[in-house]
Design a protein around this ligand. Structure first.
Ligand SMILES: Cc1cc2nc3c(=O)[nH]c(=O)nc-3n(C[C@H](O)[C@H](O)[C@H](O)COP(=O)(O)OP(=O)(O)OC[C@H]3O[C@@H](n4cnc5c(N)ncnc54)[C@H](O)[C@@H]3O)c2cc1C
Length: 261
């Protein structure tokens, strides 16, 4: 059993643009498009905005990609930001964090580790820093985690025997599932989980802003800050106005130039 304090984010998928197809479209419409970004996410958003008005070729007002997207964001023309999508594998977060993250329904997709199918006898746990900082409170927390985990292991064993006696006809996978899905009821919110989280730029901006705010729970706020740094690197023209700031309690948070687009 490991105690984890920091989430990890793996960018397993990011937006690309098929330049050959874009050129084919431009040629079919006897027009052209000049821009200065090389990032698929920034290019697709600019292209989406320009297609709305066919502001291409001669009608194309000379603007950098940053200016073009800045104008869209400033005007709250957020729907074009939905074309840029990322796939992020997130690990080292607690079940309580993901319970909050999955509330974001719009522009997101989630595939999370199943506690019904996956064995949690080797689970890791996320400790809130405020508890970790105090040796006495840390001891209370650890005792509780160890007791819950031991109870889980005991329940899985007992339930596996019981299910085997009562349903010998079931497959091994089915029997294990019946045992694990009942035993997991004693696992704490602190249990580590993993998920593949996909989201478009509009949703990501909103989630980072809301969950990076002062009122957000500290673990999801740390994730929002990490996501903010990551997305600013991934696509500065889409996320550059999201700033990492120092909050009143000394921790980091996020402040958005344009809150909701
Ligand atoms: C500090 C904090 C405290 C919270 N406390 C609680 C709590 O005590 N209890 C609780 O249950 N939840 C709580 N939440 C969760 C919160 O209520 C939202 O469910 C969550 O933040 C998802 O945000 P969202 O509603 O903007 O949805 P998202 O899915 O992120 O949607 C983005 C935007 O799309 C639009 N949208 C999405 N779906 C619809 C729809 N069906 N109809 C119309 N417009 C839509 C809205 O404009 C919405 O803001 C808390 C959140 C925060 C940040």
């Amino acid at each position: 059993m490991r105690i984890i304090n920091e989430p990890e984010i793996y960018v397993v998928g990011r937006q690309t643009l098929d330049n050959a197809e874009v050129q084919r479209f431009l040629a079919d419409h006897e027009t052209s498009w000049q821009t200065d970004s090389e990032r698929g996410s920034e290019l697709i958003v600019e292209l989406a905005g320009r297609v709305c008005y066919m502001s291409l070729g001669d009608k194309q007002f000379r603007k950098t990609n940053a200016d073009y997207i800045g104008n869209l964001v400033g005007q709250g023309h957020g729907s074009v930001l939905e074309h840029a999508v990322w796939d992020l594998l997130i690990t080292g977060v607690s079940r309580s964090l993901t319970h909050e993250l999955v509330r974001h329904r719009s522009g997101t997709g989630f595939s999370q580790l199943s506690q019904r199918y996956v064995d949690e006898s080797t689970a890791d746990f996320i400790e809130p820093p405020v508890i970790a900082a105090d040796p006495e409170l840390h001891a209370v927390w650890l005792r509780s985690i160890e007791a819950s985990h031991a109870a889980y292991n005991e329940l899985v064993e007992g339930l596996a025997r019981r299910v085997q006696e009562q349903h010998p006809d079931l497959s091994r996978t089915q029997r294990r599932k019946l045992a694990r899905e009942a035993a997991r009821s004693v696992l704490p919110n602190a249990t580590e989980t993993k998920l593949l989280f996909s989201a478009n730029a509009r949703a990501l901006r909103w989630i980072i802003t809301l969950r990076g705010g002062e009122g957000a729970e500290p673990e999801i706020r740390r994730l929002a800050v990490k996501l903010c740094r990551l997305m600013r690197d991934e696509a500065p023209n889409l996320f550059g106005d999201l700033e990492i700031v120092r909050l009143n309690d000394g921790s980091e948070g996020v402040q958005a130039g344009h809150t909701k687009v």
